[in-house]
Design a protein around this ligand. Structure first.
Ligand SMILES: [Zn+2]
Length: 188
């Protein structure tokens, strides 16, 4: 009989955990991500993105452990983040258009520059929405928690090939250290 070759996740650390392969084998230390208490809720994050060269990628990050109390605060944190994302564009796009209108007054303005104006507007929108949404929520930090977040991203993997990796952001440092240990990730 073949030995049971369990697939190990391939993860590297670069500001956040970047799972290159075998996401399903990622191990979550069995304690609340925030307070270290008993695991009562397992959260999951559904990711979906369209890529030119890879098509539609759909991945679920599952098994993120929280206690009930922390999870209710994490849910508020997710709501705050969603609101901030919406506000970033609601505020940022009109500012971007405003900058474009100002730039158009200059005859030499190129199309590329117009794109830059829009990006600039969105960045300003991000800053303003951070000030009016994120900053106050930090002041109420006890009731609102930053959730574990996950994103898809196109990535050059260890073997040098381009592919899609899953970036996992663990806000609680001590838990991130434990997560690294159980998954065999060396932290810098
Ligand atoms: Zn907890």
């Amino acid at each position: 009989m073949e030995p049971n070759l369990e697939k190990k996740p391939v993860i590297r650390f670069q500001k956040n955990f970047i799972v290159e392969e075998n996401l399903a084998s990622v191990v979550w230390p069995q304690e609340c991500e925030n307070c270290g208490g008993p695991v009562e809720v397992k959260d999951s994050i559904a990711l979906k993105e369209n890529y030119k060269s890879f098509g539609t990628i759909k991945v679920d990050v599952t098994g993120i452990p929280y206690c009930k109390d922390c999870f209710s605060r994490v849910k508020r944190g997710k709501g705050v983040n969603k609101l901030q994302t919406i506000l970033t564009y609601v505020i940022g796009i009109p500012i971007g258009i405003g900058i474009i209108i100002m730039a158009m007054a200059d005859q030499d303005t190129t199309v590329i520059l117009l794109g830059v104006c829009l990006v600039l507007g969105v960045l300003i929108g991000y800053g303003i929405s951070w000030l009016i949404v994120k900053l106050p929520s930090r002041l109420f930090g006890k009731r609102i928690l930053e959730p574990v977040a996950a994103y898809l991203r196109q990535d050059k993997k260890r073997d040098g090939k381009e592919g899609i990796s899953v970036l996992i952001e663990i806000p609680n440092k001590p838990y991130a250290v434990k997560f690294a240990a159980v998954n065999g990730v060396i932290l810098p």
